[in-house]
Design a protein around this ligand. Structure first.
Ligand SMILES: CSC[C@H]1O[C@@H](n2cnc3c(O)ncnc32)[C@H](O)[C@@H]1O
Ligand SMILES: [Zn+2]
Length: 428
């Protein structure tokens, strides 16, 4: 089995004490962490960790990765205006091959900023799966679904089912698949019932936008007689296992339901702020034991895929909202960006640097002014680091980026292709 040995590396801790360590990787698993040089790694691929900080790779728990193609195309708008008048018309022009390029651009951005896994919901997901496999990034993919009827022949659903059959568990579990009902306002009740039934037959979970805006809640109550969370629950969506994107407008009672049904939430603070959707009651969710990961949402509403920004914003925003400086400390924000994100995607032993856990590891280059002095490395990572500090990325025991170079991606070619596709989509 292939082995990697990282030497002389610092490991993220919430305090001043540290010792330079060795991290051994065997196959896709962390097989050693310690201060003594381990035996049995003489022939391993060697990485010098001097001046580097090792941390678990971040997990982007909700995005639409190929929306990178529409970055800086539609800003300063509210969600429905943005979707109906700018985004959906542009997406209607998506052609075969576009999402492959858009995904490559997004993967490049995520790897270069320390993200090693993501959950996605979009179109042409076969292309997203292909690009993810080639880059070696961990991905949990859903075909975005919108529809009305209980119709097993629905083309979009057929695509999502095929995606599941073709890709779920592929590449040593690197790629997994969920069904992706878009939202209560784009999926009819009968259609949602069909998706729950289909997910049950496949044995997979659902990834859905829920309770993002106040207007969504009002419309849902008007049309279906219940708030989005209660409505989704009444249809069996939460029992099936659900990754909820947003969960901004949820009541205490709904959070109790979410906790009881083990729903996981992807909190997207930057997108929620930019679209003026509101601020999710994250501190309450965490207090109730709900798993809350962090996401960027698409780069059309963010406008980047930088998870360090989301972790920092999460650690700051909720302090201001609650007037409590102790709310969501750096350690909690980091846990959300890594371990809780991994749980959102359905993983058990992912998101921490521990022996026996999956080897998704990022080394950050600390040889920069904003990494001095080093009173607390975790504080530095959450409050001071920036995207360009990610130097090396290992996913499932494979080195996918070294010295800032993503091994399997040709950046210049991707920029050129992405520009070409974006011009066609936006007419700019
Ligand atoms: C059907 S594929 C996914 C679909 O979702 C759109 N989208 C992007 N961001 C958001 C958001 O914050 N809320 C709701 N829908 C969003 C995307 O443009 C695709 O059409
Ligand atoms: Zn979204």
């Amino acid at each position: 089995m292939k082995k990697i040995l990282i030497s002389n590396v610092e490991i993220v801790t919430d305090g001043p004490a540290y010792k330079k360590k060795y991290i051994g990787i065997t196959g896709n698993t962390i097989s050693y962490i310690g201060i003594k040089k381990p035996k049995g790694y003489e022939d391993a691929y060697q990485i010098d960790g001097t001046g580097k900080l090792a941390a678990a790779g971040m997990v982007n728990a909700h995005t639409h990765i190929a929306m990178c193609l529409l970055r800086s195309y539609a800003d300063d708008m509210a969600l429905m205006d943005w979707l109906q008048n700018k985004v959906w018309p542009a997406e209607a022009g998506l052609q075969k091959g576009d999402c492959y390029v858009g995904t490559q651009l997004g993967i490049l951005e995520m790897l270069k900023s320390g993200t090693t896994a993501y959950a996605d919901m979009y179109f042409f997901m076969d292309e997203t799966a292909q690009a993810s496999q080639e880059a070696g990034i961990r991905a949990c993919l859903s075909r975005g679904l919108m529809g009305d009827k209980y119709d097993k022949a629905d083309e979009r659903l057929k695509e999502n089912v095929q995606l599941y059959k073709d890709w779920n568990g592929k590449d040593d579990g690197l790629i997994t698949v969920m069904l992706g009902p878009h939202a209560p306002y784009t999926c009819g009740k009968e259609y949602l019932k069909l998706l729950v039934d289909t997910a049950g037959e496949l044995g997979c979970q659902l990834h859905m936008h829920l309770a993002e805006t106040e207007q969504e809640v009002k419309d849902c109550v008007k049309n279906f007689g219940a708030t989005p969370i209660k409505y989704a629950d009444s249809l069996g969506i939460l029992d099936r296992g659900c990754l909820i994107a947003h969960g901004v407008w949820v009541t205490d009672e709904e959070m109790e339901i979410m906790a009881a049904k083990k729903a996981r939430v992807a909190h997207n603070p930057q997108s929620n702020l930019k679209l003026a959707s509101g601020i999710a009651p994250v501190e309450k969710m965490l207090a109730k034991g709900i798993t809350v990961g962090l996401g960027t949402d698409g780069a059309t509403s963010n406008n980047n895929l930088d998870m360090l920004e989301e972790a920092r914003l999460t650690a700051m925003l909720h302090k201001a909202v609650t007037y409590d400086p102790l709310c969501i400390p750096a350690a909690t924000a980091w846990d959300m960006a890594t371990y809780q994100g991994a749980k959102c995607l359905g993983y058990d032993k992912l998101g921490k640097l521990e022996k026996g856990w999956l080897a998704d590891i990022v080394l950050y280059d600390m040889n920069k002014p904003h990494w001095y002095p080093r009173n607390n490395r975790l504080s530095l990572l959450v409050y001071a680091a920036n995207a360009g500090d990610a130097d090396t990325a290992i996913i499932n025991g494979k080195v996918v980026m070294e010295k800032g170079e993503v091994k399997s991606l040709d950046a210049e070619k991707i920029y050129y292709e992405a520009d070409r596709v974006a011009k066609r989509l936006t007419g700019k």
